[in-house]
Design a protein around this ligand. Structure first.
Ligand SMILES: Nc1nc2c(ncn2[C@@H]2O[C@H](COP(=O)(O)OP(=O)(O)OP(=O)(O)O)[C@@H](O)[C@H]2O)c(=O)[nH]1
Length: 581
């Protein structure tokens, strides 16, 4: 028995010695720590307080050791109880943060973050108290940090908050109060007060989202609206972080909140603007400073007959010069370097069809990054162009034969006379009046007469050289302008070709074919003072003289008088001396 008692005493002494050594080892290390540290037995008895903790409490180490943990870390009004014993005994190996706790120290009470680590071999718990976050003039660096945080929050428009799950206590930063429109001096933030401010239409969703996402214990974002006391509705984005105790229960939520109202309004405006551009019937494109396409809308894809990707990769050369501008897309860039806007006609090259005429409006804009972009709006003017073409055709061309009408012919004659005068080259004007045409109408009908007029028009156009002009003067009369009429042989050959062109026959049932020919009158301009009107009158006189001679005669007015033209010598009813132009 005695031996047993001695062995037991020795064992206890050895264990006590081992513990003391361990403690001494810890003590040296813990005194060197920057933060206040406690070594606590699992029943809450304090075994060791480091130098920083003694300074914080302003008590000698021996006196601190006589305290119990709950005398330093208080059960506070939020309902934290002295749960240490329970917590420590349940989790023999936990390491983690116990969150914010009320700590009594020499100047009063302070909330501090407490980290805990169980030391299983000693059955001790190591508690580290991290500095308070509230303004404390005794600790100027904390005060400064707090000030800095407030300034940063105000500058960024981001508020921060902490929600204690057990008590429902909610701490809002000044910026959160500003966002919610509440007065920090009078408004006491609680979970329920917060929910009262959430827009009723969003409340149930926010509650459900919070519950669902908190269960995942991952940071999460949530968007909702609030109604401020002045009735103003704001859009908020809230970022949530979850802090769990070592046993897995959620201790507190903390996070940030930002007023997104302005951002959302801007976003909505942008969406509307985008919708307008996307659904616009006008083709819209944006190019960078190097004329690379950054954006093309569906209308442009449609009219260009290419998809978006192909258009974005397309070189600016798919913009061709328009009818009234020699500029290509790229040329416009240098033009826009001098001014901010340009408007004019271009054509858009299209795959598999003719280029599309467009009215292009280009504006140079400065983006927020300092880069210069060009915004292009293209309006399809193909219908306008077609109408213009038709109007022009009606105004200048004969509707039946497609030849130049009298207006265009006169215009061209004036130009040709000017050129001829300037170059000192002769010019000839020929009038042709059909013979035997009336009987085509009378015998075969008006439509057959039309066909004859068209056939002769085509044949005359083929008979002349490029640069010559055939016009329909009216009824069955044609006018031919020969700006460079060449030598006598060339003139004779040309007149012969004209005679052949007008000589056609029209078969008729049970009767001999009807023959159509023409009488020709020719006038010549030799760079003299002769006007277009005078030249026309001379050709007319010559033509009437030829007509009066009958058959297919060709008469010339040489400026002095009338005489038969040389090429007709020996042909139909020529009389008098043949002459050249
Ligand atoms: N089918 C058709 N006939 C036309 C058109 N314009 C004029 N005419 C007809 O052309 C004929 C011209 O008459 P004329 O000059 O006497 O015809 P012609 O038979 O060649 O007689 P001469 O000139 O006297 O040799 C008239 O019958 C007009 O009605 C037209 O656009 N189409």
């Amino acid at each position: 028995m005695q031996i047993l008692a001695v062995v037991t005493v020795l064992a206890v002494a050895a264990w006590a010695l081992w513990c003391t050594r361990q403690l001494r080892r810890h003590r040296r290390w813990l005194d060197g720590a920057a933060d206040p540290v406690l070594l606590v037995e699992r029943n809450g008895r304090i075994r060791f307080a480091n130098r920083q903790l003694c300074q914080l409490l302003d008590l000698p180490a021996a006196q601190v050791r006589r305290l119990r943990l709950e005398q330093i870390v208080l059960p506070d009004s939020d309902g934290y109880g002295p749960v240490w014993a329970t917590l420590f005994s349940r989790h023999s190996r936990f390491v983690g943060s116990l969150g914010l706790r009320q700590v009594r120290y020499r100047a009063g009470l302070e909330r501090m973050v407490i980290d805990a680590a169980a030391l299983p071999e000693d059955a001790l718990v190591l508690l580290t108290l991290r500095p308070p976050s509230r303004q404390n003039t005794d600790q100027p660096h904390h005060y400064l940090a707090q000030k800095l945080l407030q300034t940063a929050e105000a500058d960024a428009g981001i508020g921060s908050w902490v929600l204690q799950m057990a008590s429902g206590r909610l701490d809002w930063s000044r910026e959160v109060h500003r966002i919610f429109g509440t007065d920090p001096a009078t408004f006491r933030a609680t979970e329920s007060a917060y929910f009262e401010r959430v827009h009723p239409a969003d409340r149930a969703r926010v509650r459900a989202e919070l519950d669902a996402k908190m269960a995942l214990q991952q940071p999460f974002d949530i968007e909702y609206r609030i109604i401020r006391p002045d009735g103003d509705i704001r859009d908020l984005l809230e970022r949530n972080h979850i802090h769990c105790l070592p046993d897995g229960t959620i201790d507190h939520l903390w996070g940030t909140v930002i007023d997104m109202t302005q951002h959302k309004q801007l976003q909505r405006q942008l969406q509307l603007a985008q919708l307008a551009v996307e659904h616009s019937s006008e083709a819209v494109a944006i190019a960078d400073g190097d004329m690379r396409w950054l954006y093309v809308n569906p209308a442009l894809c449609r009219i260009a007959g290419r998809d978006e990707a192909a258009l974005l990769a397309a070189p600016p050369s798919f913009l061709l010069p328009g009818a009234d501008t020699a500029l290509r897309g790229r040329d416009l860039l240098s033009l826009l370097g001098e001014r901010h806007h340009w408007q004019g006609e271009l054509r858009i090259a299209r795959r598999g069809s003719m280029p599309l005429p467009v009215l292009a409006s280009v504006s140079r804009v400065q983006d927020t990054g300092g880069g210069a972009e060009t915004v292009w709006v293209f309006t399809d003017i193909s219908r306008i162009k077609e109408s213009e073409r038709q109007l022009q055709s009606l105004a200048f061309f004969d509707g039946l034969t497609g030849l130049a009408n009298r207006t265009l012919f006169n215009e061209q004659l004036e130009r040709a006379l000017q050129a001829s005068r300037a170059a000192g080259t002769p010019l000839a004007l020929v009038f042709a009046d059909l013979n035997g045409f009336k009987q085509v109408n009378d015998r075969l009908g008006h439509q057959a007469g039309d066909e004859v007029l068209c056939r002769i028009a085509t044949r005359l156009s083929r008979a002349v050289r490029s640069g010559d002009l055939v016009g329909r003067w009216g009824g069955d009369e044609f006018a031919i302008l020969l700006p460079a009429c060449g030598d006598a042989a060339a003139q004779a050959a040309l007149l012969q070709r004209l005679q052949q062109a007008v000589s056609i026959t029209c078969p008729q049932p049970a009767a001999a074919p009807l023959a159509v020919g023409a009488s020709f009158g020719v006038a010549c301009f030799h760079g003299d003072a002769l006007t277009a009107t005078a030249l026309l009158a001379q050709a007319d006189q010559a033509m009437y003289r030829a007509k009066s001679q009958g058959g297919g005669a060709v008469w010339l007015h040489d400026g002095q008088g009338l005489q038969p033209f040389a090429a007709t010598a020996g042909s139909e009813a020529a009389s008098g001396q043949p002459a050249a132009l």
